[in-house]
Design a protein around this ligand. Structure first.
Ligand SMILES: Cc1ncc(C[n+]2csc(CCOP(=O)(O)OP(=O)(O)O)c2C)c(N)n1
Ligand SMILES: [Mg+2]
Length: 341
C-alpha cells in the first residue's frame, strides 16, 4: 500500500470538508471500533456463540461510502457485517443482542452475526457464503431500475470473494442491463489465511471489470475522505444511468479472520505497522487536532459518548431474554410478497 500523505497535506488537499463532517466520521468510525472490541470481549466470555468476524481496521471503508449514499440506497455485504449495519444507522443494541442470540436482536436472536437485515435501513445482510451477496446486490439494483427510481446499491465483498465465478457472471449482467450497483471490493489483503498475492497473479482486482466494460478505480481505504470522494464518483455514475461501477478499496483487518484464527500467515510487526502508521481513525483524529477543529477535550467527550452507547448495547444484549421455543416456527415464510423496494 502506498504511504499516506501527511495529515496536514491531506487537510490542505481537502478544504471542502467541514469540521462537523470530520467529527461525524470520527464518531462513526469509533463507534464501529468500540462496538467490535466489545463484541470480541463478549465472545471471549462465551456470550456470543458461533463465528464472529470483526471489522476492526476497515472502518473508513463503510463510513466513507455511507457518507456518499442517500436515503433509500441499499447495501448488502458478507459475514463481516457489523460495521456496515452500524454505519447505515441500525441500532447498536439490536445488533449486539443478535450477536448474543437474544430476542431484542434484529433477527430475534435466531440468526446471529451473519443473518441480520433491516428493511427500514435498506440493509440486506450479512451473507456467510463467500460472494453470494454479489448477485443479490445486482438483483436489488435490478429492482430499482425496474421500478424506475434513482436508488443505488452498494454490494460489498472481499478480495477472496473477487475470485468467485458468480462475481463475473454478475458483472456481465449488471453491465449488460446498466444496473445501478456499486461493486465494492474490500481488499483487506487476506482471505482467511491466504494473502492476495498467493491467490491471484493479477492484483488489480478492480481492473477485471474492464473485460466487461465496467468503470472502476482503486481507493485508499484508510483515508475516509478519499473513500467518500470515490464513493461520490461511483454514485454519480450509477444515478446517471451509466451502469455499474467498481471500487477496490485498499484496507487492512487488524484482527484475525474470525475469533478463531491462529494468525500464522502474517507477522505481528506487519499488523503493528499498519496500526501505527495507517490507522484511519487516528488519521482523522490528527486532522481534527492539527486543523484546530477539535480539542483533546472535545474528542474525549466523543470517546465517552461512544463508550456509553456500546456499554448500553452490551447491557441490553445480556438482559434481553433468549427467544421462546415457539419462535422456532415463526419467520420462516413471508406472509406477503414484497411489493415495494
Ligand atoms: C463459497 C464459500 N467458500 C468458502 C468459504 C469459507 N470462507 C469463509 S470466509 C473466506 C475468505 C473470504 O475472504 P475475503 O473475501 O477476502 O473476505 P474477508 O474475510 O477478508 O472480509 C472463506 C474462504 C465460504 N464461506 N463460502
Ligand atoms: Mg479479504
Amino acid at each position: 500500500m502506498p504511504p499516506r500523505k501527511t495529515a496536514a497535506a491531506t487537510t490542505a488537499a481537502t478544504p471542502n470538508v467541514s469540521a462537523e463532517e470530520l467529527k461525524r466520521y470520527y464518531r462513526e468510525m469509533l463507534l464501529i471500533r468500540r462496538f467490535e472490541e466489545k463484541a470480541g470481549q463478549l465472545y471471549g466470555m462465551g456470550l456470543i456463540g458461533g463465528f464472529c468476524h470483526l471489522y476492526i481496521g476497515q472502518e473508513a471503508v463503510v463510513v466513507g461510502l455511507e457518507a456518499a449514499a442517500d436515503e433509500g440506497d441499499k447495501r448488502v455485504t458478507s459475514y463481516r457485517d457489523h460495521g456496515h449495519m452500524l454505519a447505515c444507522g441500525m441500532d447498536a443494541k439490536g445488533v449486539m443482542a443478535e450477536l448474543t442470540g437474544r430476542i431484542g436482536g434484529y433477527s430475534k436472536g435466531k440468526g446471529g452475526s451473519m443473518h441480520m437485515f433491516s428493511k427500514e435501513r435498506h440493509f440486506y445482510g450479512g451473507h456467510g457464503i463467500v460472494g453470494a451477496q454479489v448477485p443479490i446486490g445486482a438483483g436489488l439494483a435490478f429492482a430499482d431500475k425496474y421500478l424506475g427510481n434513482d436508488r443505488v446499491t452498494f454490494a460489498y465483498f472481499g478480495d477472496g470473494a473477487a475470485n468467485q465465478g458468480q462475481v463475473y457472471e454478475t458483472y456481465n449482467m449488471a453491465q449488460l442491463w446498466d444496473l445501478p450497483v456499486i461493486f465494492v471490493i474490500e481488499n483487506n489483503q487476506y482471505a482467511m489465511g491466504t494473502a492476495v498475492k498467493r491467490a491471484t497473479k493479477s492484483p488489480a482486482l478492480w481492473k477485471r471489470g474492464e473485460a466487461y466494460g465496467i468503470a472502476g478505480e482503486e481507493v485508499d481505504g484508510m483515508d475516509v475522505l478519499a473513500v467518500k470522494a470515490a464513493g461520490q464518483r461511483a454514485v454519480a455514475h450509477c444515478r446517471a444511468g451509466k451502469g455499474p461501477y467498481i471500487l477496490e478499496v485498499m484496507t487492512y483487518r487488524y484482527r484475525g479472520h474470525s475469533m478463531s484464527d491462529p494468525a500464522k500467515y502474517r507477522t505481528r510487526e506487519e499488523v503493528q505497522e499498519m496500526r501505527e502508521k495507517r490507522d484511519a481513525i487516528e488519521h482523522v483524529r490528527q486532522m481534527l487536532l492539527t486543523g484546530g477543529h477539535a480539542s483533546e477535550d472535545d474528542l474525549k467527550k466523543i470517546d465517552k459518548e461512544i463508550k456509553e452507547i456500546v456499554n448500553e448495547a452490551a447491557e441490553f444484549s445480556k438482559e434481553s431474554p433468549e427467544p421462546d421455543l415457539s419462535e422456532l416456527w415463526t419467520d420462516i415464510y413471508a406472509d406477503v410478497a414484497p411489493q415495494d423496494a
